[in-house]
Design a protein around this ligand. Structure first.
Ligand code: UDP
Length: 327
């Protein structure tokens, strides 16, 4: 039986990855320190014989008993408001945490896939963004803590590949959404859906002409799965190239939810990229992958998920583990 360690297992993407590998019949070891993750996302796996969970911060030394064939390093705060609140943890998990994971992969002779991000392209001057583009990142801006840690992560991963012949994979993840996103994580999709559900005005930052391209979580997971099992070690973009302005996106949410709330404008945060859209030709070519789920389908599923949460979830500012961590 194949075994895989998933860091960030209680997070949005990590928990979906755990589900996927359990359904493939693999042994899954989840690890998370629960700063931004939530055990609710994986509690359905606790009774599964092939699932184990460790509450551990991967920025400190990591020991996992037994054999390990694969590692997925997905632990990291991933929302701009999270990096502002916990910038040092954000820097540490993708630098020290990645170093620990690469060391673990060497000891276990495991293949490792690290979660990188479209943020390594910064506020891009090339559109759409292909993997050859080096990016336009401000190291000392508010997003620098995430962007530079992820850039360091890519560099150290390639160094381990080149020096130690480690089997490495790098996925550059573009905006992804779906069930298990935190309603209050500050990102645009849960923000708008949460506002619609609470009967609040929808907050557009800036004039709303900035663009993003949203990928439904199942498509993303399939891309990661294929990349892990491929023999390609350079970075690969995974995302949905269907690009939309934030203004048009707000209007789609208004239509979907039937809310009669207005759109209000707030200040554009510093360093907010003006446009973002993945060039996915590499994924198409190497992985025979492209997204299958349209935004209208994916939004419906995600809206139903948020509707199914209880009132507490809808109004709480932060989940319990975040508060506990900083008490
Ligand atoms: N945004 C917005 N209103 C919100 C939250 C976000 O207009 O309530 C904008 C934000 O300024 C950015 C885009 O939506 O241009 C996507 O933001 P998000 O935080 O989801 O992720 P990003 O792609 O910037 O990392």
């Amino acid at each position: 039986m194949k075994s895989i360690l998933v860091t960030g297992a209680a997070g949005f993407l990590g928990s979906h990855l755990c589900d996927r590998f359990i359904s493939e019949g693999w042994q899954v070891i989840g690890m998370d320190n629960l700063i931004t993750g939530d055990l609710k996302n994986i509690e359905h796996l606790f009774s599964h014989k092939n699932f184990r969970f460790y509450n551990h911060d991967v920025s400190t030394f990591v020991h996992v008993p037994g054999k390990l064939d694969y590692i997925l390093h997905f632990a990291s705060p991933a929302s701009p408001i999270d990096y502002l609140k916990i910038p040092i943890q954000t820097l540490k998990v993708s630098s020290l945490g990645t170093h620990n994971m690469l060391g673990l992969a060497r000891v276990k002779k495991a293949r490792i896939l690290v979660a990188s991000t479209s943020e390594i392209y910064g506020d891009p001057n090339v559109h759409p963004q292909n993997e050859e583009y080096w990016g336009n990142v401000n190291p000392v801006g508010p997003r620098g803590v995430y962007d530079e840690a992820k850039r360091f992560q890519e560099a150290i991963t390639m160094a381990y590949h080149r020096v130690h012949n480690l089997e490495t994979r790098i996925v550059r993840i573009f905006n992804t959404y779906g069930p298990r996103m935190r309603l209050n994580d500050g990102r645009v999709l849960p923000a708008f859906l949460g506002q619609a559900l609470r009967g609040e005005d929808l907050t557009i930052f800036g004039n709303g002409m900035q663009t993003r391209s949203f990928c439904y979580v199942d498509d993303l997971i399939e891309g990661v799965f294929r990349l892990l099992l491929s023999d390609y070690s350079m970075p690969v973009n995974i995302g949905n190239p269907d690009e939309i302005t934030i203004m048009d996106f707000a209007n789609e949410i208004i239509k979907l939810t039937g809310t009669d709330q207005k759109i209000i404008h707030k200040e554009l945060p510093e360093g907010d990229p003006a446009m973002r859209r993945p060039d996915i030709s590499k994924a198409q070519q190497i992985l025979d992958w492209e997204p299958k789920i349209s935004r209208s389908e994916g939004l419906k599923i995600t809206y139903q998920y948020f509707q199914s949460l209880n009132k507490d979830d809808l109004y709480k500012k932060e989940h319990k583990s975040f508060d506990a961590f900083f008490r």
